[in-house]
Ligand binder design. Structure first.
Ligand code: HEM
Length: 454
């Protein structure tokens, strides 16, 4: 018998939400959805100010959910067993197209098996070995960004993050296929509107069915490119380019999945495509927010350049604070399999819980003067104060964190050394929501200038 779950989870397997004791917003779903996508911070702040730390919302993407906003409750819910608070099922409410046979979409017991299979690719020691390669790619991009004319960080950072992901995580060194895959994934995830509409879910009724057909059509090029890479590996045609041989360590995600032995194309794609989705937008938005912040903190640039311990520590604090004020993933999602009590309220089995980092990262109960950008605060705070969860927590904590941190570190160092980023809008932009990530409403326009002396 297969250890993997069926390709789709029957709707009946997800129990109805019962939130009798939980106060709920009464506005229509579509109104809540618009308000949330336009300004998640304000929407959630308003909801919790009116109803308290535990409040029911009804959003078009996730359906009915209970927002749990007290920092100590976030701590409690992220330490509950992954079989009781199920992340895979929670995420599939929002990312309906993610297969339950993937790390992103699975739950215990399959999750441990699927995560273990690809873990060597994400191992911190492996990622550290590829540091020079990541640094090379980051600087190559930064040097090619247009000088002295407006450009949007969001677009530049997406291309950069995609490039690093294709090389380091997928081991795709083919200079045509790597960028082609990045473009195909971008087209697959592109959604209209500002704030953008969420990607489709097959559970969205007739509209969802149409959206699913469109999504399948968009996924096809991604799948074709991944299968072309797989075919080359299977036939031993994988070629080593001269300047990136460190990448060919046989530990990239595709190698890990293939090492499991013969599998059909569908089974391979069910594992690979969600990893590609997870590895695209969060790091791209993380990079955007961090570099936008650097642009606004030009006075700190000199102390963040270089590789002495002081600069490295300074970058760690800078990144920690940038991810605090603008968490790239807006919330953690969990589906409860058993009742759990939070802030004196009993949440029933079947409840979808939303732990909103956009709110908890700005909570004055944890952070003094939360609206101020102050990296120095990380000298006296624990690494993971209650409610601070940019990479999640527990068994489902972001597997890509070591790569994400390396990418952010190299980008801050390279930008502080080589360019001057001039923000074109006076204030840090409002976050809008797209699926599970936050994006700057105007895409973070900047002017890139050469740094004197470079
Ligand atoms: C700044 C960059 C990133 C941020 C802020 C971020 C954030 C997150 C968060 C909040 C979660 C949910 C954790 C939870 O539910 O407890 C997550 C899960 C995940 N992330 Fe990331 N991520 C980033 C980069 C990446 C990268 C580069 C990859 C590479 C593929 C990746 C792959 C994943 C996967 C596969 C999961 C699911 C893990 C599991 O359920 O076991 N992420 N990420």
């Amino acid at each position: 018998m297969s250890l993997l779950p069926p390709a789709t989870v029957p709707a009946a397997a997800v129990p109805d939400l019962r939130t009798a004791e939980v106060p709920r917003l009464r506005t229509p779903t579509v109104v809540q959805g618009l308000a949330f996508h336009r300004d998640p911070y304000r929407f959630l702040l308003g909801a919790t100010a009116r109803h308290g730390d535990v409040v029911g919302v009804d959003l078009p993407v996730s359906g009915p959910a209970v927002v749990v906003a007290a920092p100590e409750d976030v701590e409690r819910l992220t330490s509950v067993s992954a079989s009781v608070a199920r992340a895979g099922q929670g995420r599939r409410h929002v990312l309906g197209m993610v297969s339950p046979a993937s790390v992103l979409g699975s739950d215990p017991p399959e999750h441990a098996l699927l995560r273990g299979r690809v873990a060597p690719a994400f191992d911190p020691a492996r990622v550290a070995r590829l540091s020079e390669e990541v640094d090379r790619v980051v600087r190559q991009h930064l040097r090619a960004w247009p000088r002295d004319r407006p450009t949007r960080l969001v677009e530049r950072c997406r291309v950069l993050a995609d490039h690093v992901f294709a090389l380091v995580m997928l081991g795709i060194t083919d200079e045509v296929r790597g960028p082609a895959l990045a473009r195909a994934v971008r087209a697959m995830l592109a959604t209209p509107g500002n704030p953008p509409l969420p990607p489709p879910s097959p559970d969205d009724g007739a509209l969802g069915a149409v959206a699913q057909v469109l999504y399948d059509r968009r996924t096809a090029p991604v799948e074709r490119l991944l299968l072309a890479e797989v075919a080359e590996r299977r036939w031993g045609l994988h070629r080593a380019p001269t300047d990136a041989s460190a990448l060919l360590d046989g530990q990239d995600v595709i190698s890990c999945v293939l090492d499991e032995g013969p599998q059909g194309d569908r089974a391979l794609l069910d594992q690979l495509v969600p990893l590609v989705v997870a590895g695209q937008e969060p790091p791209a938005m993380g990079l955007t927010w961090v570099l936008d912040r650097l642009a606004r903190e030009e006075g700190r640039a000199a102390s963040l350049a270089g590789d002495d311990p002081g600069a490295r520590e300074g970058r760690d604090r800078f990144v920690a604070e940038a991810l605090r004020v603008r968490p790239p993933v807006h919330s953690l999602l969990r589906d409860l399999r058993e009742p759990v009590e939070v802030s004196g309220t009993r949440l029933e089995a079947g409840t979808t819980v939303m732990l909103p980092m956009v709110l908890t990262h700005a909570d004055p109960r944890t952070f003094t003067d939360p609206g101020t950008f102050r990296p120095e605060r990380w000298g006296s705070l624990p690494e993971q104060p209650d409610g601070y969860r940019p990479f999640g927590a527990g068994a489902h904590r972001c597997i890509g964190e070591p790569l994400a941190r390396l990418l952010l570190d190299r980008a801050v160092a390279a930008a502080a050394e080589e360019v001057r980023l001039v923000p074109l809008l006076p204030r840090t932009e409002r976050m809008v929501v797209r699926a599970t990530v936050t994006a700057p409403v105007h895409g973070a326009p900047v002017m890139v200038r050469a740094r004197p002396g470079t």
